[in-house]
Write a protein that binds this ligand. Structure first.
Ligand SMILES: Nc1ncnc2c1ncn2[C@@H]1O[C@H](COP(=O)(O)OP(=O)(O)O)[C@@H](O)[C@H]1O
Ligand SMILES: CC(=O)OP(=O)(O)O
Ligand SMILES: [Mg+2]
Length: 389
């Protein structure tokens, strides 16, 4: 049996995104994409192939991932010959200092990923459960991990350091950065800006961060030790005065679990608006709290662009990507307006149309929209890692 099918997983807090690729000499060729969205009612697995979307019902309890995957893959077997699976590639958010590139999954690698789970509680446990479940379903198929943190391994030590006692840095308490698969993809899509331009990429999805990229390398990013740092997100706070945490746990007697739940799940756009985490609903709402949540989001994004420009000594282009970056012209316009002092000038028609370039010819900073594709990086890394071992 020829094994020529690649499966990728991009695991999030509420969705598992799947990609199917054909193994080909030049590069993996995309065949189909799928999603299992735990928020869906009715609960189902969806597959989009050649412009058509198919769905299979899932009756298993969403809390039982093994049962969910058993059912989902029994249905997917009607669309793909799964005995042709050559490799399964996973996005794993935190690789710490251990992983500076993709890795073939072994028992030791699973233990190392597990040891970092606390730093990415919305993602890492889900990835581990998925890796284990796929081992059970397809024990003969090799699995690989592609790490969000790996792209930022090029950040200089000064960028990675917190102003904390030196010994903590040596114990791994430092800035790592995330969304690296997305930034690696964007770095490959910059055309004539790829060689030497100073580029800030803004990955604005449910999780959101920004990255300074020059010559194909990450110089600095907004996320740090955990996936909480930087700008506000759908339900995460972004950077926060650590004194607030001391106050909550000291004066207000909150537990670690309570604070963790608040920072990861009840803050950000949801926390500030008081009712909604999704940018579509917030942009459509007339409530002042919704406007304030979006305004704070945009203010903090613009502030981070300026900070990252300082790390690079300038900025030539700002790239918007991911769900919000690609599809919310109103948010792009608000960010651009706050960067007018830097010479950023939006072309409103190009922005509404979602063109690749959305700035005027006179703009001192090019504003670009580039759709991201984390899955294609996972597929490429799965093939190269599998070939190397
Ligand atoms: N077609 C769209 N139009 C407007 N907003 C969108 C669209 N698609 C996604 N978004 C917004 O993007 C955010 C989710 O980003 P996405 O990158 O899809 O999420 P995730 O981080 O889960 O992969 C949400 O705020 C959502 O409102
Ligand atoms: C790192 C992170 O926040 O990822 P996501 O945007 O997929 O939640
Ligand atoms: Mg995402």
């Amino acid at each position: 049996m020829t094994r020529d099918l690649i499966l990728t997983f991009n695991t999030g807090s509420s969705t598992i995104k799947l990609g199917f690729y054909a193994l080909e000499a030049a590069a993996p060729r995309p065949l189909a994409s799928g999603v299992i969205d735990f928020r869906d009612e009715p609960f189902e697995v969806r597959l989009t192939r050649e412009g058509k979307t198919f769905s299979g019902p899932i009756t298993a309890d969403p809390g039982d991932l093994t049962a969910v995957l058993n059912q989902a893959f029994a249905w997917l077997a009607g669309h793909f010959n799964l005995s042709r699976l050559a490799v399964i590639g996973h996005r794993v958010v935190h690789g710490g200092d251990v992983f500076t590139g993709p890795a073939r999954i072994t028992d030791q690698v699973i233990a190392q990923i597990d040891a970092l789970a606390r730093l990415a509680p919305l993602h890492q446990p889900q990835s581990l459960a998925l890796i284990r479940a796929m081992r059970g379903l397809y024990p003969d198929v090799p699995q690989t991990a592609s790490f969000d943190t790996a792209f930022h391994a090029t950040n200089p030590p000064l960028i990675r350091r917190f102003a904390l006692p030196r010994a903590l840095y040596d114990q791994g308490i430092k800035r790592y950065g995330f969304h690296g698969l997305s930034y690696r993809y964007i770095a490959g899509q910059l055309g004539d800006l790829a060689t030497d331009a100073k580029v800030v990429a803004a990955h604005l999805g449910s999780g959101a961060s920004l990255c300074a990229i020059r010559g194909g390398k990450s110089i600095d990013s907004s996320m740090g030790f955990s996936t909480l740092d930087g700008i506000p997100m759908a339900t995460r706070s972004g950077a926060l005065d650590p004194g607030v945490i001391l106050h909550l746990m000291g004066e207000m007697g909150q537990s670690l679990k309570q604070v963790e739940t608040m920072l990861y799940r009840k803050s950000g756009l949801l926390g500030v608006s008081g009712f909604e985490a999704d940018s579509r609903e917030l942009m459509a709402s007339t409530r002042p709290e919704a406007a304030e949540a979006i305004d704070l989001f945009c203010l903090r994004i613009a502030g981070e662009v300026a900070r990252l420009a300082t790390s690079m000594g300038g900025i030539d282009a700002l790239v918007f990507t991911a769900g919000i970056g690609e599809h919310q012209p109103g948010i792009r316009a608000r960010v651009a307006a706050r960067l007018a002092w830097l010479g950023a000038e939006l072309d409103p028609d190009a922005n509404e149309a979602g063109s690749r370039r959305i700035s005027t010819a006179a703009s001192r900073v090019q504003l670009l929209v580039i759709p991201t594709d984390e899955e294609s990086i996972i597929a490429q890394e799965a093939v190269s890692e599998e070939a190397a071992t």
